[in-house]
Design a protein. Structure first.
Length: 230
């Protein structure tokens, strides 16, 4: 069997596995929201009712306040885990909202300047494209947080006529030893980027990692838009 046929079959298998992972993450996030989330909300209501009926003794009221605080912490942790598993805003509010909130939250958490340049209208692309673009932004920001030592980042989406491009730019320390791999052949130790590259290639696009004008890195994902049915 020709090597290019083997590569195509492996890429198709990898795309199938990634889609399965996405579906499992989405289902688990929804289950946590519908089951665990509703149960925690009910517990909050019951605790509030019980607290209102308690004797006004400082020890009891203090214990009730501790329980309320603990319950609130569990609820927030559950929400964070849901969001980490699957960003529902992508499907319900669109790519623009999901990316905008992702970048704003990243800037606040990392204490750096985070800017987001998005098209005025929601990009017209399939769900699979939107998932890959959001995953690319998440991976790009994760790498900035772990390696770049940057003071600012820019996430840019260009909605072109026949393709959609997402770029994550930082002003950090640059590629270093990874410069030789900027063309995209191999990125040792960058399994997340390699996985994204395979997903982009399967959709007919590509992923590149290049220097940002001598300082920092530009991660770019380009995906072609499927033809509009006649």
């Amino acid at each position: 069997m020709p090597a290019n046929t083997d590569a195509a079959e492996l890429r198709e298998l990898l795309a199938y596995v990634n889609n399965c992972w996405d579906d499992e993450r989405r289902a688990l996030s929804r289950q946590m929201h519908d089951s665990l989330g509703s149960s925690l909300t009910a517990l909050t209501m019951h605790l509030g009712l019980l607290t209102s009926k308690l004797p006004q003794e400082p020890a009891l009221l203090d214990r009730a306040a501790q329980m309320k605080h603990l319950l609130h912490t569990i609820i927030e942790t559950n929400r964070a885990m849901q969001h980490k598993l699957w960003n529902d805003k992508l499907e319900f509010l669109g790519l623009r909202v999901a990316l905008g909130e992702l970048v704003a939250q990243f800037g606040a958490e990392q204490h750096l300047s985070a800017r987001c340049s998005l098209p005025e209208d929601e990009p017209a692309c399939p769900r699979g494209h939107r998932v890959v673009l959001l995953r690319a932004a998440e991976e790009g920001l994760r790498n900035v947080a772990l390696h770049a030592r940057a003071s600012s980042i820019d996430v840019i989406v260009d909605d072109l006529e026949d393709s959609i491009v997402l770029m994550v730019k930082d002003d950090g320390v640059g590629l270093g030893d990874a410069g030789a791999h900027a063309a995209g052949a191999d990125w040792p130790g960058r399994h997340g980027l390699r996985m994204l590259r395979e997903r982009a290639v399967f959709l007919g696009g590509g992923l590149s990692l290049t220097a940002n004008n001598g300082r920092g890195v530009v991660l770019a994902v380009t995906l072609p838009k499927p033809p509009v049915p006649a």
